[in-house]
Design a protein around this ligand. Structure first.
Ligand code: PLP
Length: 396
């Protein structure tokens, strides 16, 4: 069958592929420790679940406005005011079926064929796939473990051309855990000021999972607010990945364009989830902070465990729930059977021989690294790192 050429422009996410391979081995009865997870291992807080149950009983069962219920968009504006000192009105907000759809709406709204889109590596793989879908040109800026996985203003300046339309980044970053400080953002803003045609997508889905306090948004800079699309959602901060609710805040013209695109793709997201989201976004964040405190404890343990493994180079993540060590020390080595040439070989070796699932750095545009998630119990983390260490020590 002749399928569309669109399908040739992007790949299946490696993160989902690893989860699938792990599931297949588990189905064969093999005990796999999962360090590939991209979602909190906690339950959704009770008050949010109660709100959803109430919404079902109150028959919130009809089609919803494409951009989301007005009172939800008002609650999102309140959240931006409370947490980010950002002032929006509901016309700036579009609610979607996950932040992934918010990103798709935003990218498809602003990127045309041959527009250049700058993405610092390592990055969440969907950014590049969506740009490719929109037929834009992805231009990567390489960051390294030495630079703390952050770009410098000089790198940004050097990568902007007259064809640059958009810059996309996440802070806290999936997969590196890097978080840009206000000062670092201010230095980047100085560059953006010289290139007014460049829009910014600031993906803040890990906003609350920040071990050093508040997450700063580039939209807080007056000169950036009208050219920034802020992406956020409930998946990570409220342990609600399966509920599927993301949102964006954008200049009205862009928000209207996103509404138009979403109106043809999916319409408004799930009514029950939207009613529960109002409660999530307007209630105290105690449950979220308890999860973050647990992630912080696990992060300390993961840092200790990483220090005990030979040949790894890594930074301490300031946010999100991943470690992203460089593993190139093991390239060219073998256990006598498998030869490890790159991070994908290593991830497959660890899965098949070590029975621990990780995600290859190539999934995030950095082939020297592996992503290790600590969205798992401390017992499983310790078991997983034990297996990792043992499997790596067999490579010579
Ligand atoms: N942005 C980043 C950086 C992510 O890691 C994810 C999920 O893994 C998303 C966006 C999408 O989140 P969701 O579609 O579940 O809201």
């Amino acid at each position: 069958m002749q399928l569309s050429t669109l399908l040739t422009r992007f790949n299946e996410p490696e993160t989902l592929k690893m989860a699938k391979l792990g599931r297949e081995l588990r189905a064969q009865g093999i005990d796999i420790v999962d360090l590939s997870l991209g979602e909190p291992d906690f339950d959704t807080p009770q008050h949010i679940k109660d709100a959803a149950k109430q919404a079902i009983d109150e028959n919130w069962s009809h089609y919803t406005p494409v951009a989301g219920y007005l009172d939800l968009r008002e609650a999102i504006c309140q959240k931006f005011k409370r947490d980010n000192n950002l002032f929006y009105t509901p016309e700036n907000i579009v609610v979607s079926t996950g932040a992934k759809q918010s990103l798709a709406n935003a990218i498809l709204s602003v990127v045309d064929q041959s527009d250049e889109v700058i993405i610092p590596t390592p990055f969440w793989v969907t950014y590049a796939a969506l740009v490719q879908l929109a037929q834009g040109e992805v231009k990567l800026i390489k960051t390294t473990v030495e630079s703390g996985y952050k770009i410098t203003p000089e790198q940004l300046e050097a990568s902007i051309t007259p064809k640059t339309k958009l810059f996309i980044y996440s802070s806290p970053c999936n997969p590196s855990g890097a978080v840009y400080s206000k000062k670092e953002l201010a230095a980047l803003v100085e560059v953006f000021k010289k290139h007014p045609q460049v829009l910014v997508i600031s993906d803040e889905i890990y906003e609350y999972i920040n071990y050093n306090g508040r997450t700063e948004s580039i939209a807080q800079f007056e000169e950036m607010k009208d050219r920034t699309i802020v992406i956020n959602g409930l998946s990570k901060g409220f342990a609600m990945t399966g509920w599927r609710l993301g949102y964006l805040a954008a200049p009205k013209e862009i928000a209207k364009a996103c509404d138009k695109i979403q109106g043809q793709f999916t319409s408004g997201t799930n009514a029950i989830t939207q009613r529960a989201a109002i409660v999530a976004l307007t209630s105290p964040l105690d449950a979220t902070m308890a999860m973050v405190a647990e992630f912080a404890r696990r992060k300390e343990r993961v840092m200790q465990l990483l220090r005990g493994i030979k040949g790894l180079e890594f930074t301490e993540p300031d946010g999100a729930f991943y470690a992203f060590p460089c593993v190139d020390y093991y390239f060219g080595k073998s256990d006598g059977e498998d030869v490890i040439e790159n991070s994908s070989d290593l991830a497959m070796y660890l899965l098949n021989k070590g029975h621990v699932s990780t995600v290859t750095g190539s999934a995030f545009g950095d082939d020297r690294c592996l992503r290790l998630s600590f969205a798992n119990s401390t017992a499983n983390i310790e078991k997983g790192f034990g297996r990792l260490n043992e499997a790596l020590s067999k490579l010579r």
